[in-house]
Design a protein around this ligand. Structure first.
Ligand SMILES: [Zn+2]
Length: 285
């Protein structure tokens, strides 16, 4: 459909979403609110929690910020999302449209759907989950705001969900880790190490849950990519990674990304990765 085609073109023109290097699109930062911090300060009795035992809720007391990459409405606001924001190392666009499959399934719709599934599963394990947005804003938020939302929440972990837009034949998922950056408003020195542990746990759990292989088109094939050009990571003060779930331009990956059943598996992988990271007490630096 025309809108989708336009969105894809905008994305390609902005160096984001895809292609090698990942999702240039940026994004990510957290924020939002939802929740119930009460659990952190006053553990409820098993009866008050519906009979759940602590072992059933390994994430009780933890705050997770989930950033659904892009926003389905970004395509309607090209002027607003193209304005520059400061990411410490320079300027970057507020946000991008994200990529899309050739048949028009938008990355922004994919990330929102996956985020909802992740939220449901995280809450079942006792976590407080906050979104950076829920597709209910006219555009954005901008990448610096997405990072700030995780910071404001003092999240134990923040994750930005994406799908890539590389060439057909480029397949698989990867996790983007923050590089050590100390410039302007960006200072990731304290989050580099915990973010790497988080990303490694996430990679392992995502692979186990989905059976997907690490991306065959970047890095050394270990599913981890380190970048210093994403505002969503540069400006984060809490452990944070991006997850590129697959390539929306590769037919085999698309068959998975467009499957609700697969997305449920993907959500379990994300949830398991977060649980592995935080349950081991590896969270805040
Ligand atoms: Zn993206």
């Amino acid at each position: 459909m025309a809108a989708a085609v336009t969105a894809a073109l905008v994305c390609l023109g902005t160096a984001g979403c895809g292609a090698f290097g990942g999702d240039g699109d940026e994004d990510g930062k957290p924020r939002a609110k939802d929740g119930d911090h009460s659990a952190a300060s006053s553990p409820a009795s098993p009866s008050a929690r519906g009979g759940k035992k602590p072992a059933d809720e390994p994430l009780r007391g933890k705050v997770i910020v989930v950033d659904p990459g892009h926003n389905p409405h970004n395509r309607d606001q090209p002027g607003k999302i193209s304005r520059s924001v400061d990411i410490g190392t320079g300027k970057k666009e507020c946000d991008t449209t994200g990529t899309a499959t050739n048949s028009g399934y938008a990355e922004a719709d994919f990330t929102l759907d996956l985020a909802h599934r992740v939220r449901t599963q995280l809450r079942e394990r006792g976590a407080t989950v906050r979104f950076t947005h829920d597709g209910d804003e006219p555009y954005g938020p901008c990448v610096d705001e997405r990072a700030e939302k995780g910071n404001q929440a003092q999240a134990d972990a923040a994750i930005s969900l994406h799908a890539d837009g590389a060439h057909a034949g480029s397949r698989g998922f990867h996790v983007i880790l923050p590089a050590s950056v100390h410039e302007g408003a960006a200072d990731t020195r304290d989050i580099v190490t915990p973010s790497r542990r988080f990303g490694t746990d996430l990679r392992d759990a995502f692979h186990a849950a989905t059976g997907e292989q690490p991306a065959n088109y970047l890095g050394d094939g270990n599913g981890l990519d380190t970048r210093g050009d994403l505002g969503g990571l540069n400006l984060s003060k809490v452990p944070k990674v991006f997850l590129e779930c697959g390539n929306m331009r590769d037919p085999r990956d698309v068959a998975h990304l467009t499957s609700a059943k697969w997305r449920e598996k993907a959500a379990r992988g994300v949830t398991d990765g977060i649980t592995a990271f935080l349950a081991a007490g590896k969270g805040k630096p």
